[in-house]
Design a protein around this ligand. Structure first.
Ligand code: ADP
Ligand code: MG
Length: 247
């Protein structure tokens, strides 16, 4: 889908957020970008989204063109919902901004909310919903334009562990049913190990890609109890130690 070659990003104040980062994104992938705070994960995600441009290197999209706005969905750590608007209206927003009428959007909005388990909560406002439910609305809003690529920047970092596990499990089911490509930023080894097909490990600033660890786990309710999961966590932890040592 996308080849990222030797990409660098230096901000005007001299901060080098990324240096020589290369990565290939396959269609249907689930990649976790894992690294410590400040290593350039969000910067790399913004480069992929087209919100920011690299100073060095290049991004080559298969087919020669970057996805259009609606083909990329973005989910942030904060749900960033309009507080006065209902769940339905929050999910409708990206379609409204593109000129789709409320009537024409109605089916897509309802099905996006149903996909994230919020059927029946269409008329609820953010303050009436739990943190996990607000994040579900945020994911529905990202899905409503049917993106090919879903970029998620530490979406579950602010949730309690019980809610986080539930959302991780549901995200896998969602990914399997809609078949989009996901790049998921996290600083949690456990989260990366549970979710991703490929864990891409980044070094501390200036961020480089240290290595990649492939997973063959099929995430399910029992996965976290299995020896294969513990082994993967150990592999990633070991690689993390080496990346820190050589940084
Ligand atoms: P991460 O998401 O891994 O925590 P970021 O990609 O947000 O890291 O940031 C990488 C580094 O670049 C950090 O040191 C951050 O302070 C710095 N940075 C991010 N955006 C800017 C900016 N617009 N101007 C200057 N420095 C920035
Ligand atoms: Mg970040």
């Amino acid at each position: 889908m996308l080849t990222i070659s030797s990409v660098g990003r230096r901000f005007p104040d001299g901060t080098v957020a990324l240096r020589d980062a290369s990565l290939r994104l396959e269609s249907g992938d689930f990649i976790a970008l894992l690294g410590p705070s400040g290593c350039g994960k969000s910067t790399l995600l913004r480069l992929i989204s087209g919100l920011d441009r690299p100073d060095a290197g290049r991004l080559d999209w298969d087919g020669g063109r970057a996805p259009a706005a609606g083909e990329i969905g973005f989910v942030f750590q904060d749900a960033t919902l309009l507080p006065w608007a209902t769940a339905e209206d929050n999910v409708f927003l990206p379609l409204r901004l593109r000129g789709v009428s409320r009537q024409n959007a109605a089916t897509d909005v309802r099905s996006a909310l149903a996909r994230v388990g919020l059927a029946g909560f269409e008329q609820s406002r953010p303050r009436q919903l739990s943190g996990g439910m607000r994040m579900r609305v945020s994911i529905a809003r990202a899905l409503v334009t049917r993106p090919r690529l879903l970029l998620m920047d530490e979406p579950f970092a602010a949730l309690d562990e019980f809610t986080r596990h539930r959302l991780q499990q549901d995200l896998i089911a969602l990914w399997q049913s809609i078949g989009c490509t996901i790049v998921f930023v996290t600083h949690s080894i456990y989260e990366a190990a549970f979710l991703a097909r490929r864990v891409v490990l980044m070094t501390p600033r200036p961020g480089r890609i240290a290595c990649e660890i492939a997973s063959t786990l099929v995430p399910g309710p029992e996965t976290r109890l299995e020896p294969g999961y513990a082994a993967l966590v150990a592999d990633i932890t070991h690689a993390m130690g080496q990346a820190l040592e050589h940084a």
